[in-house]
Design a protein around this ligand. Sequence first.
Ligand code: NAD
Ligand code: 89V
Length: 344
Amino acid sequence: MANLNGALIGCGFFAVNQMHAWGDIEDASITAICDRDPERLRIVGDQFGVARRYTDAAAMLSAEKLDFVDIATTVGSHRPLVELAASHRVPVICQKPFAPTLADAKAMVTACADAGVPLMVHENFRWQSPIQAVRAVLDSGEIGTPFFGRISFRSGYDVFSGQPYLATGKRFIIEDLGIHILDIARFLLGDVSSLTARTARINPAIAGEDVATMLMDHQSGATSVVDCSYATKLAVEPFPETLVEIDGNDGTIRLAQGYRLTVTGRNGTTVRDVSPPLLPWASRPWHNIQESVLAIQKHWVGCLASGEEPATSGADNLKTFALVEAAYAGAASREPVRIDSLLT
Ligand code: NAD
Ligand code: 89V
């Protein structure tokens, strides 16, 4: 495959992981970078040896001949930047949360479809190897048909020191973290027909909710609970592990803290360590997330080569984003929310 020429927009906290991962992918290189903050541009440009640097994305898109752009800015700029890439007919990856609202997200999907360019949301949590291991057990048929799931992320980790903006938004845990966990629930148990939610703010120093509990009906007939907290102080801090319990008619799956996967099913019980590898540039405890960044970026390069739609395409992510909107609406009304009404 020819080497793809990519550009990165947004050289902040998380983009450094994306740059390391691009460095591990033979078939693609980041040849230009953009950040409106010259200091971030200098730091990332010098660290990764990228000479072509821009403080304005429109100027970069006009000047460079690109095979894709990778948008790693925060959510407020996602829609204009995706639409800018579409207007130049450049395939685009956009970080999560995809957009500020579902209406914006739908407009972004339409803009890329009209321009005929692939659009992938960097929804990487489903690409974590422990989550892929759970998916493989389901695909093997070992536990039969799932009828219940619990997908859980409970932590007391200080995310605010690395990402201070998380403390200031009216929306916090569902929009930033719950979006990943809801996507994992869809990945493991399928699309959702209705959602009921409750939220709380335990940490008085932040503006948004830091606890969310969601009960979902899946179209398959399965029921799941997705629970997230950044207000949970445990003896051993689990950040950033997502824990999974799935019951099927022939057995159970338990992904427990410490990346321990226990499967009880048609062939008895097995216990496996499904710890993610520690990539040379990664650091604990983030290595689980960092490995998934490499996996999703490899997936993107493969999709560009094959013409296949990315697993977390913009169109797919609308169905995860609808769960985020439903969770906020349902927590406010204390009523169940039907998901199909949001997607029409
Ligand atoms: P950040 O604030 O550290 O970095 C964003 C950078 O984008 C900043 O340097 C800023 O100057 C730049 N920027 C903003 N608007 C711009 C524009 N219009 N043009 C050029 N540059 C612009 O934020 P972050 O913590 O790195 O988060 C970035 C995104 O990554 C967010 O959407 C966040 O939710 C997401 N994120 C994802 C994961 C994951 O696992 N998928 C983890 C952390 C953060
Ligand atoms: O993955 C993320 O989006 C991060 C974190 C893991 C801290 O929630 O913001």
